[in-house]
Design a protein around this ligand. Structure first.
Ligand SMILES: [Zn+2]
Ligand SMILES: [Zn+2]
Length: 773
């Protein structure tokens, strides 16, 4: 017993010794010949539902797509293993039985056959293609053993499926599956799997699309073998046999090219990038935009971009970077969504929203829309007309420029700039030191992506979150840009349909989606914008030419908005069922219709307005003032000259100087306070205005090419509220006492008069020479 045990022990030692030295040898060889698996794969970009949007050739012009482990279905796995290497799961990389058999065959027939190749050895060969010599065969065997030591069986099979050639420049089962069957490998039928398993051995004679009947025959032979081996249930084999082979080389999809290129650049190390795009919405929108521009092309409007955002998740569902990617002539490959353009009026809703949160304005508040000069900057409205007095809501809906600049100058451009930076406007961050009041009229550069992100924040109760393009993108920022009350008021204003920027020709002919939207047209009519939202989606649209060429017909209302409406109708035809609800903290109150302020003692025309308790201004209306006048309403009195009898009181509009100027200039009738009692002691004792600039009888050189202006400035008595300036006896402007105004005088002798609101007057003369240097 003892003897035989020793002998047995010795055998064990031999075997163990052999295995140990075998592994030591392989490890030693690995140090000198390390295994390198660095194959480049085609980048593919997928939709949110994992359908293929776009694929890119490798740098060697191959279609070599990376098959994920989970895409290798049990059916695919067993069919391939059955066909290529039945003992794949049992051998250590080389199959000694088939090596022996092949060697015998080779010796007997005197030629080399490849029968001994395991899947692992094939992988070794695909990783390092070499001439077929005995030495290389040996090297392959070594590599195969190495592979087996370093990788799992599934990983080796995955490598095989990724590299196996399918003829031409197609490599790997995923590329073949996409190109020949238009589907991902995990969606292949058993018939398709069988067809794909036989092509790699004879890629020239079995070329799908050329001799499909022959391939079908060959496929069915293998399906029969599958059946005999009991690989699949008989009924599946039956179905597969009947399945006609429709394979042929098809075009790889090229959807959303701009975003796909962008993602490929952004994630250079990912073979497969899953985007947030919705294939159906992307397809439809691409088509709508392309056809829309085809109709406008003859007007010289050659490009358009659009972006569609899911408001709940901020995921981008459609990304149309140009009207036609294939159109080289008009820069189709330019990604217009990231192009920096002038926003026109599209930043106004944010400005009004900020002003609401600062308590300065509410929707029914009255603001003046008259020509004004803000430190040398004189904004004009789009139609070059002014409205005098207008509500905040109409000023925003009508996209008036003067009220917007007025509000911006009140809150200061810096506040708006900071908000834009908070809302991730990278472009604004870059330009922040060069921006002024014109910012809100488009005097800056932004991208469609930034604007759409901003509007999506307004649609989400004022909360900004960064947009998502990639499925697993988690680095997001969240910032409150507007209060939910303010966001709601802005939405209400932007939802009204009675507005000057409603597209002509649209009204009665087509379905108008219920959305909040704002248009914009940049200076020189180079950019037309329309950005809208409902509860579900935000859609941004830009139209123009990538060359920057302006077009007289281009504007946000008539050109960009119809496209916005079409896109909304295509993604969300009947959305309004789920509209925004009034936030709890938003309240309503009665205000005076003449000012939008809390009704004062004389206000009797009241209307309802939204306000934010504790935030919105509680200023009382003073739109009227009480004045003592004589019986014929020809003289007004103050308390010092009020007679004992024979007077009455009357209410007169309490107008701001700029509005008086506007009414006077435009011959608009308004109720004027009668001149003050000429016998009034205060009138006689109070000093008349003293003009401090310009200086009486001085000569002034005015550089007209530089639009130089002269300041009008005066001192007044304490009882004066407003002064009125006249140039050469013609009314020029009124001003609050103590406020300087500017003017460009005509050439020659100029008479300047200043009267105060008590009727006291001063005249001076200056001499003006125009220069142009
Ligand atoms: Zn009032
Ligand atoms: Zn008086």
């Amino acid at each position: 017993m003892k003897f035989s045990f020793d002998r047995y022990k010795k055998h064990v030692e031999y075997v163990l010794g052999f295995i140990v030295s075998y592994y030591i040898l392989i490890l030693l060889l690995t140090v000198f010949y390390p295994l390198e698996i660095n194959k480049e794969y085609s980048t593919i970009v997928l939709s949110r539902n994992n359908s293929l949007l776009h694929a890119f050739l490798t740098s060697g012009d191959k279609w070599r797509m990376y098959t994920e482990l989970e895409e290798i279905t049990p059916e695919l796995k067993s069919a391939i293993v059955f066909k290529e290497d039945k003992f794949f799961y049992y051998h250590p990389g080389i199959n000694p039985v088939s090596v022996a058999r092949a060697t015998v065959n080779n010796l007997r027939k005197g030629k080399r056959t490849s029968g001994a190749s395991t899947i692992t050895m094939q992988v070794a060969r695909l990783l390092e293609p070499k001439k077929r010599t005995y030495f290389n065969k040996l090297k392959e065997a070594f590599r195969a053993i190495q592979l087996e030591m370093l990788l799992s069986k599934d990983e080796i099979l995955q490598l095989y499926l990724n590299l196996v050639p399918y003829g031409s420049n197609i490599e790997g089962v995923k590329s073949a599956s996409v190109i020949y069957f238009g589907k991902m490998p995990d969606h292949l039928s058993i018939g398709e799997i069988a067809a794909l398993s036989i092509i790699p051995n004879r890629p020239l004679s079995l070329k799908p699309g050329y001799n499909n009947d022959y391939i079908e025959n060959e496929r069915n032979k293998w399906l029969n073998r599958y059946r005999e081996a009991g690989l699949f249930e008989s009924k599946f084999i039956e179905d597969a046999m009947k399945e006609p082979l429709t394979a042929s080389r098809r075009e790889i999809p090229r959807l959303a090219p701009h975003l796909c290129y962008r993602l490929k650049t952004q994630y250079p190390n990912e073979n497969s990038i899953r985007s947030t795009l919705n294939t159906e919405i992307q397809c439809q929108s691409e088509k709508i935009v392309k056809e829309y521009i085809q109709r406008l092309y003859f007007q010289n409007i050659k490009n358009a971009t659009a972006i569609i955002i899911d408001n709940a998740t901020r995921e981008v569902l459609a990304y149309i970077g140009s009207a036609d990617f294939e159109n080289d002539e008009d820069g189709g490959q330019v990604d217009g969504i990231q192009a920096v353009r002038s926003p026109g009026s599209t930043l106004k809703p944010l400005l009004y929203g900020i002003a609401i949160d600062k308590g300065i304005i509410t929707p029914k508040m009255i603001i003046t829309d008259v020509p004004v000069c803000f430190a040398g900057y004189e904004p004009e409205n789009y139609n070059e007309k002014f409205n005098g007095l207008i509500t905040i809501e109409n000023a925003l809906a009508g996209s008036l420029n003067v009220p917007a600049v007025k509000i911006l100058s009140e809150i200061s451009p810096q506040i708006l700039i900071n908000k834009l930076i908070e809302a991730n406007f990278y472009t604004i961050k870059q330009q922040k030191d060069d921006l002024g009041l014109s910012l809100v009229l488009g005097g800056c550069g932004v991208t469609l992506e930034e604007l759409a992100g901003l509007y999506s924040a307004i649609a989400n109760q004022g909360i900004y979150k960064s947009l998502k393009y990639k499925n697993s993108q988690d680095e997001t920022i969240t910032r409150t840009i507007l209060s939910k009350e303010s966001a709601f008021m802005i939405t209400e204003i932007l939802t009204q349909l009675k507005r000057p920027d409603f597209p002509v020709h649209w009204e009665n002919t087509m379905h108008t989606p219920k959305i909040a939207w704002k248009t914009g047209t940049s200076y020189g009519r180079r950019d037309a914008w329309s950005i809208g939202y409902n509860k579900n989606y935000t859609i941004g649209v830009w139209l123009g030419n990538f060359s920057g060429e302006g077009v007289p017909e281009l504007n946000g209302a008539d050109k960009a908005t119809p496209l916005l409406f079409q896109l909304f109708n295509s993604v969300d035809y009947n959305s309004p069922k789920d509209w925004f609800i009034i936030p709890d903290e938003l309240d309503m109150r009665y205000v005076c219709s003449q000012s939008g302020k809390i009704p004062g003692e004389f206000c009797n025309d009241l209307i309802i307005d939204y306000y934010i308790p504790g935030i919105s201004s509680n200023e009382t209306c003073t739109h009227l003032k009480k004045v003592f006048i004589n019986a014929d309403s020809t003289i007004s009195y103050c308390t010092s000259c009020l007679p004992e009898t024979g007077y009455k009181t009357a209410l007169y509009p309490n107008l701001a100087p700029e509005i008086i100027t506007f009414f006077e200039e435009n011959n608009i009738h308004y109720l004027k306070v009668p001149p003050h009692n000429p016998g009034c002691e205060r009138m006689l004792s109070g000093s008349k205005p003293v003009i401090t600039s310009p200086i009486h009888e001085n000569e002034y050189f005015v550089n007209v090419s530089d639009s130089m202006e002269i300041m009008l400035s005066c001192h007044t008595a304490n009882d004066v509220d407003n002064v009125f300036w006249y140039i050469n006896k013609k009314f020029y402007k009124s001003a609050t006492a103590g406020v300087n105004i500017f003017f460009t005088p005509p050439e020659g002798k100029v008479e300047i008069s200043c009267s105060d609101d008590k009727g006291r007057n001063t005249d001076i003369i200056i001499y003006v020479k125009h220069t142009s240097f």
